[in-house]
Design a binder for this molecule. Sequence first.
Ligand code: FMN
Length: 233
Amino acid sequence: MTTPPTSELRRGLVLLCGVAIAAAGLVALTWQAAAPRIEANVQARAEAGLAAVLGDTVFDNALAATGYRPQSPAARIAGVEHAWLARRRGEPVGVVLQVATTEGYSGRIVLLVGLTPGGEVLGVDTLAHRETPGLGDFIETARSDWLMQFQGRQLGRPPAERWRVRRDGGEFDAVTGATVTARAVTGALHRALVYFDAEAQALLAGRDPDHAGGSTDLTTGPDPGLLQPNSNP
Ligand SMILES: Cc1cc2nc3c(=O)[nH]c(=O)nc-3n(C[C@H](O)[C@H](O)[C@H](O)COP(=O)(O)O)c2cc1C
C-alpha cells in the first residue's frame, strides 16, 4: 500500500521545520558564545581609535568606557557629541572630544580630537565623512597628513582671527579645489577648543558639565557606532 502524497508532504514539512529550528538554535548558541569576544573587539577598536589621537599619552583607565554625550548648550553650539577622559593613576592626562560639522561639501564630517589637560591638540582623526573621494578625502589620516598641522595648537594659538585657512586670512593650509572641506574641519576644531576651554574643569574632574556642580561620573558605555570609517553616524 502506498503512502498518500499528502502525508509524505506533511512528513517532509515536519522534517524541514525540525532542521530549521535546529539550525536557528545552533546560530543562537554560536552567537551567544561569540558575543563576549565581539564586545571585547569593539571595545579594543574603540580604545585604539581613541588612543590614536592622544599621541604618546600614557593612561591606565578603560578610556572607551568613560565616553558620554555632553548635553550642555555649549556642547550643542560647538557640535561636540562625545567626550572621553584618559587617566593615569587617577589623574587626568587627556581628553578626547568627538565633534561634528555639516559645513563641509557633503553631509556630516565627524572628527576626534585629543587634547592635553591644558587644551593642547595631541592629535586629530576623521571618524566619518562623505566628502568627494579624491578631492575632499584629504581629511582621512590614511590618505594625507593634512590634519597634522593642528597638532600642538591650542585655543589662542593662533588667535581666533587667524584660526582659518590661508585663503580666509588664517594660518592653516587648505587644499586647492577643496577649500570648503578644509574650512569646515578648521572651524569645527576651533569650536571644540572653545568648548573645552569653557568646560575643562568639569570634564577633567570626570563630571558631565551639564550637571553644574553635580558629580555624574563619566562611566557610560562607548558609542557602539564609533570608529566605523566613513559610516557617517
Ligand atoms: C562634483 C563636485 C564635488 C566636489 N567635492 C568637493 C569636496 O569634497 N570638498 C570641497 O571642499 N569641495 C568640493 N567641490 C568644490 C567646491 O564646490 C568648491 O568649489 C571648492 O571647495 C572651493 O575651493 P577652492 O576655492 O580652493 O577652489 C566639489 C565640486 C564638485 C563640482
